[in-house]
Design a protein around this ligand. Structure first.
Ligand code: 9WN
Length: 450
């Protein structure tokens, strides 16, 4: 059984019932100083989840929205990194890997309590703070957080862009947030778990989903664990880790989120009378990197780059289209992206429509509408594309996407991810992963609250 709460179960017929149910989800997952992504599968604070969650909280509990972000940034490392998990003591032992596995105090930069992971996640915080400010969250507190977000972006450009090309790399699939995307298959495929010494571990995640097929395989988990082991063996020193870690990928979505946040930092710095010169440089470099290095003219989308193999990765994942959310794409590139979104791969056909864009192209051999990041639709990627469509003037497509996102939650409830097909047989489940999922609820609140 998934851990969906009854109060939040579908169907929610009216918008006000839906809004109320979304608040029930967020309130139930509130831990006192932050919000867990779901009741049992994810019992701690996750980095980019908290950004999306804060946007939902800001619509009805602005003080909690601020607390959410402050708690996350209280765990910021001295080198500026914001960890992908901040562990909540009450949840220890319920999620793998926990702090005893990460052992982050091997790094002189980690918080002394050691209750964090040793990797990061997409840097959503700049644009989140800008949106919180627009929703009336305390401006002085936001100004203080802006300084911390600047330190995070400095860390990313200093440690993850060694060639100074305006594009940063990730060193673990979990850093992408799109953890099981086929994009990582090539780089992960180089790691042969059968010849590795993998530290012993027990997965907890499979206890909380209806079907293990909705989660990554054990073989993938062995590789995830190995990558953690490589970084911790290097004491989380970025330069040393770079010498040995077999997974280093430049992901268009990670870089697009960073660029969007840098754009927001320019606005925030200007608003607060702070120097906007540095974020302006980040924006220019990121736009250049996306448009000149990652753009693939023949496919009309952005490629990822495998730094270790020195190869481009042919992309079938939604992350190849997420740069639409930035100011980078030219009008011609924008049109190509929108054409791809409207194609049967991402919108289906008249007789077999897809809702709110799946996480992978339907024609890809790896497409699986039920498997975590390999086909299902996720609310946060759809929400980012909605912003991108509006920003670049595609308001009709944005309006259609808006309706589809609401419809998806109305039909299936507050799940983690969703079957993209609209025409599902009545006997077929459409909501997957965990239920009671915070960012699904939060982004719905954000969408429905003008
Ligand atoms: C690993 C919490 C997180 C999200 C990620 C999503 C999933 C974790 C997991 O859950 O990742 O970080 O155990 O699968 O892929 O995007 O932040 O909701």
């Amino acid at each position: 059984m998934t851990d969906d709460g009854d109060a939040a179960a579908p169907p929610h017929r009216t918008p006000s019932q839906l809004l109320e149910a979304a608040r029930v989800v967020l309130d139930a997952n509130w831990l006192g100083a932050s919000t867990k992504p779901s009741p049992t599968l994810y019992p701690h604070q996750w980095n980019w989840d908290s950004g999306f969650i804060a946007l939902g909280l800001a619509t009805y509990r602005p003080e909690r929205a601020l607390r959410e972000m402050q708690t996350l940034f209280d765990a910021q490392w001295l080198n500026g990194m914001v960890p992908h998990i901040v562990f909540n003591e009450a949840g220890l032992g319920k999620y793998f890997p926990g702090p005893d596995f990460w052992q982050v105090t091997r790094s002189p930069h980690a918080p002394v309590h050691g209750l964090t992971s040793g990797i990061t996640q997409p840097a959503v915080h700049g644009f989140v703070l800008q949106m919180l400010l627009a929703r009336g969250v305390n401006a002085d507190a936001i100004r203080a957080l802006v300084t911390q977000v600047m330190a995070l972006h400095r860390y990313l450009y200093r440690e993850r862009d060694p060639d100074a090309q305006g594009l940063v790399y990730i060193r673990h699939p979990w850093e992408s947030g799109n953890d099981n995307a086929p994009t990582w298959d090539g780089p992960l495929g180089r790691i042969d778990p059968s010849v590795l010494v993998i530290p012993p571990y027990t997965r907890q995640d499979l206890r909380h989903v209806d079907d293990p097929r909705e989660r990554p395989s054990d073989r993938d988990y062995d590789r995830y664990v190995h990558l953690v082991d490589v970084a911790r063996s290097a004491g989380y020193d970025e330069a040393r880790t770079r010498e040995t870690i077999p997974f280093q990928v430049i992901d268009p979505a990670f870089n697009a989120v960073l660029a969007w946040s840098s754009e927001a930092l320019v606005e925030l710095c200007t608003h607060f009378g702070m120097d906007a010169g540095e974020p302006r440089e980040w924006v220019a470099a990121a736009h250049r990197g996306l448009e000149t290095t990652l753009w693939n003219e023949s496919l009309g989308r952005y490629d990822a780059i495998d730094r270790v193999a020195g190869e481009r990765i042919p992309m079938v994942a939604i992350s190849s289209l997420i740069p639409l959310v930035t100011g980078a794409p030219s009008p011609a590139h924008t049109q190509r992206i929108v054409d791809t979104l409207r194609s049967p791969d991402f919108s289906g056909t008249a007789s077999d429509p897809l809702r709110a864009y799946p996480s992978c192209a339907r024609s890809a051999p790896t497409y699986d509408p039920q498997l975590y990041w390999r086909g299902p639709t996720w609310m946060n990627t759809s929400w980012m594309l909605w912003h991108g469509l509006r920003r670049h003037g595609h308001s009709a497509e944005a309006a259609r996407l808006f309706d589809e996102m609401i419809d998806m939650v109305q039909v299936h409830g507050f799940h983690e991810y969703f079957h993209p097909s609209v025409n599902l047989p009545a006997s077929q489940r459409g909501g997957f992963g965990t239920g009671g999922f915070s960012w699904t609820a939060a982004l719905l609140l954000d969408l429905l609250t003008p």
